[in-house]
Design a protein around this ligand. Structure first.
Ligand code: UT7
Length: 325
C-alpha cells in the first residue's frame, strides 16, 4: 500500500551578522565565559540589527531553502511559520514572508509552540500535505529572542540568540514503508500545568505590553530529558525504527548538557549528534532548521539518511519527528 509522504526538497537558514560573545556579555553583567560554557555549551550567539525583524530573517532563510530545492516561490501553496517573536501581534509574520516571496495564493499562518515550534510546524504542514490539501509547503522557524530578553537577568540573557531556518516539503507518493523518504512520524505533546516555568510576562490581552522572558531554568532542566526521551520512544514505537537506525540526531539546541544526557539515555552515539548550540545559542523555534542547514551544507546529512528531530520548551510543549532525507 502506497503512502503520501512530505519529502524534504531543500533547506536553508539565515543568521544576523552581529555576533555577541560570552566575553562581551561578561563585560556587561556578572557572568563569565567559563560559567556559560560549562553550564550550557554556548560560546556565542547572533543578534538581529536594529530594524531587522523576524520576517526579514525568515524571508532570507526561505529564499535559501527554495534555492537549495531549486524551486520557484510560486510552487509553494502553504507557509507555516513557527515563532514566539512575531513582527506584530497581528497579522501573522507568515503573511509578511508570503508577501516578501511574492506569493499570493494558498495559505500562510504562524504557529506558536515556543522552542518546540519547528516540530509542531513540521507536523502541521505534514498533516496538510498528507491530506492532499496542499502540495508544497515552506516550514520556517524564525526568532528574534534578543527583543524579549531582560538583559540584566544573567539567568536568561546569556542563553538565547536570533536566527531563522526553513525547509521545503513536497507531497510525494512513496511505497508506504519505514524506508520511505520524507516525514515518517511526528509526535506532539503539551502540559499547561508548567506554563509559568517559562513564559513572557506581557501580552496584548493581559498587560498590553510585549513583556520579557522569565524562566525557572532549573525546573525546565529537571523535566527536559524525561520529556524529550519519552516522545522519541513514541516515534520509535510508531515506526518500528530504533536508535541504531538513526543517522543524525538533530535536537533543539537549548543546552549541551540536556542534549548529551538525552542522547546518552537513548544510546545514540555522540558522533551522530548535530550540535550548534555553541555558535547559535538557543534560537527557540529556529534552532532545529538552523542545525539541519549546517549539517546538510557540510555534507554530513545525505539522501536516504534517517534524521531524528526533537524539541522541548515553554508550555511545556515537546515533540519528536523522524524524517528520511
Ligand atoms: O529552550 C527551552 C528550554 N529551556 C531550557 O532548556 C533551559 C533549561 N535550563 C538550563 O539550561 C539551566 O537550568 C541553566 C543553564 C538555565 C542554568 O544552569 P543550572 O546548572 O540549572 O544553574 P542554576 O540555575 O541552578 O544556577 C546555579 C548558580 C546560581 O547561583 P547560586 O544560587 O548557586 O549562588 C545562579 O545564580 O549559577 C548562577 N548563575 C550564573 N552565574 C554566572 C545563573 N546564571 C548565571 C550566569 N553566570 N549567567
Amino acid at each position: 500500500m502506497t503512502a503520501i509522504r512530505s519529502v524534504v526538497l531543500g533547506c536553508g537558514s539565515y543568521l544576523p551578522e552581529r555576533i555577541l560573545t560570552n566575553a562581551e556579555l561578561a563585560s556587561r553583567i556578572d557572568t563569565s565565559d567559563e560559567w556559560i560554557v560549562q553550564r550550557t555549551g554556548i560560546r556565542e550567539r547572533h543578534v538581529a540589527a536594529e530594524g531587522e525583524f523576524t520576517s526579514h530573517l525568515a524571508i532570507k532563510a526561505a529564499r535559501a531553502a527554495l534555492h537549495h530545492a531549486r524551486l520557484d516561490a510560486q510552487a509553494i501553496d502553504l507557509i507555516v511559520l513557527a515563532t514566539s517573536t512575531p513582527d506584530n501581534t497581528f497579522p501573522a509574520t507568515a503573511v509578511a514572508v508570503q508577501e516578501g516571496l511574492g506569493i499570493n495564493h494558498g495559505a500562510a499562518f504562524d504557529l506558536q509552540a515556543v522552542c518546540s515550534g519547528f516540530v509542531f510546524a513540521l507536523a502541521t504542514a505534514d498533516s496538510f500535505l498528507r491530506a492532499g490539501t496542499y502540495k508544497r509547503a515552506l516550514v520556517i522557524g524564525a526568532e528574534t529572542f534578543s527583543r524579549i530578553l531582560d538583559w540584566n537577568d544573567r539567568g536568561t540573557c546569556v542563553l538565547f540568540g536570533d536566527g531563522a531556518g526553513a525547509v521545503v516539503l513536497e507531497a510525494q507518493t512513496e511505497p508506504g514503508k519505514s524506508s520511505d523518504r520524507g516525514v515518517l512520524t511526528t509526535h506532539l505533546r503539551s502540559d499547561g500545568r508548567h506554563k509559568s516555568k517559562l513564559y513572557v510576562d506581557g501580552g496584548p490581552s493581559s498587560t498590553q505590553t510585549v513583556g520579557l522572558l522569565r524562566m525557572e531554568g532549573r525546573e525546565v532542566f529537571k523535566h527536559a530529558v524525561g520529556m524529550i526521551t519519552d516522545v522519541i520512544v513514541d516515534a520509535f514505537n510508531a515506526t518500528g525504527l530504533t536508535a541504531d537506525d538513526i543517522d543524525w540526531f538533530i535536537p533543539h539546541q537549548a543546552n549541551k548538557r540536556i542534549i548529551d544526557a538525552s542522547a546518552h539515555k537513548l544510546h545514540i552515539a555522540p558522533q551522530k549528534v548535530v550540535l550548534t548550540v555553541d555558535l547559535h545559542g538557543n534560537t527557540s523555534a529556529a534552532s532545529i532548521p538552523l542545525a539541519l542547514a549546517v549539517a546538510v551544507k557540510d555534507g554530513r546529512v545525505k539522501k536516504g539518511d534517517l534524521l531524528l528531530l526533537e524539541a522541548m520548551g515553554g508550555g511545556f510543549t515537546w515533540g519528536s519527528a523522524l524524517v528520511r532525507w
